[in-house]
Design a protein around this ligand. Structure first.
Ligand code: PHE
Length: 352
């Protein structure tokens, strides 16, 4: 052990610490070496204790030398420790059985809704539609007024719509993007608009306060209701299978005329009637219709020159139908036992 008289010995301590650390072949051996030099009863401590034996005037300089030595040795120890692969406290205290089989790491997957949206996009892109988007926080003007909603229309009511203030709201449908898009593009246009919409609903198995829609809009010269039927039927067959049938039921929307609700033949019974479709053989999946001339005027299109159709598909609805899911809230929850069922098949990720 180095004494105070032996100041050259300080270098010698540094050298032997470096040697001891280098020779330590594993973390246990390294720990032993650390204790020998840096421990409470180690060589550094002994050197510091011996300061008292020096003449007063030599003590500060010697103390400084020892402190430098200590930092040097600590540095050597740390670098050897990381070389041996210990980067955290965990490895120091590892006390498990290294021969046990490892635990499988769980990997995530694509959420079923995202998958459904990707599939729907791929189908419509194949038909020549392109992608458009709009804001979730929308002006009353685009969500209602320019879509020909009368001022006193019930869906403008606070009960259905989340208002930010008198003019701003959370969009209740993806239809406002129709007007936004037409304001900036000339016909012919053919777009789909997937997005989140918000309604002040009490959640139950078939309702949620926020959900996803996919709007479709096609405007050109001489677009007809037959074109709408054709595109919807093509989509239904592509998404649900070759046997899928659609039917149009007359309905009312302020921004389409004529308007329809579109039903799909029930995925479960194939049309003969069962509990899922309420014995009718049909399930509603979207609203649709021919774009109302007023909407064209709001958007700056000449309603005498152009016609068009629009549709709005409920995405959760579509997913529930395809996979036989009985409660929309499952899609919005975080239960991995449920969501994990949809991870195995790879989703067709579609470039935007
Ligand atoms: N926006 C309508 C809704 O949310 C659906 C719709 C879209 C109807 C386009 C007609 C045309 O109910």
């Amino acid at each position: 052990m180095s004494g105070p008289a032996d100041r050259d010995g300080v270098r010698e301590v540094a050298r032997s610490a470096a040697r001891a650390f280098a020779e330590a072949g594993d973390l246990a051996a390294l720990e032993e070496a650390r204790v020998r030099f840096l421990g409470r009863k180690g060589e550094i401590t002994a050197l510091l204790r011996s300061i008292g034996e020096l003449p007063l005037e030599e003590r500060p300089a010697f103390g400084e030398t020892i402190n430098d030595l200590k930092s040097e040795i600590e540095g050597l120890f740390e670098s050897r420790r990381s070389a041996l692969g210990a980067n955290g406290a965990e490895e120091d205290h590892f006390s498990g059985d290294a021969t046990l089989p490892g635990r499988r790491a769980t990997a995530g997957g694509t959420h079923v809704l995202r998958r459904v949206v990707s599939e729907m996009k791929a189908i419509f892109f194949g038909m020549g539609y392109s992608l458009a988007e709009g804001p979730d926080v929308e002006l009353d003007y685009y969500n209602f007024e320019a879509l020909n909603f009368p001022v006193d229309h019930p869906s403008r009511d606070l009960q259905d719509t989340f208002y930010v203030n008198r003019d701003i709201l959370l969009r209740t449908q993806t239809s406002p993007v129709q007007v936004r898009y037409m304001e900036r593009h000339r016909p012919p246009i053919r777009i789909i608009v997937p997005g989140r919409v918000y309604r002040n609903e009490t959640p139950d198995p078939s309702h949620a306060a926020e959900f996803l829609q996919m709007e479709g809009l096609y405007v050109d010269r001489n677009v007809s209701l037959a074109d709408l039927r054709n595109d919807i039927a093509f989509f239904a067959r592509s998404f649900f299978g070759a046997d899928a049938k659609v039917r149009f039921r007359p309905h009312f929307f302020p921004f389409t005329e004529p308007s329809a609700e579109v039903d799909m033949s029930c995925f479960s019974c194939g049309g003969s009637g069962c509990a899922i479709c309420g014995r009718t053989g049909w399930i509603e999946i979207m609203g649709a219709g021919m774009v109302h001339p007023h909407v064209f005027r709001y958007a700056g299109y000449d309603p005498d020159a152009y016609t068009g159709f629009a549709f709005g598909i409920g995405i959760e609805r579509t997913a529930m139908l395809k996979y036989g899911i009985d409660d929309i809230r499952r899609l919005l929850g975080n239960d991995l036992r449920f969501l994990g069922q949809f991870w195995s098949e790879a989703a067709p990720e579609v470039a935007r």
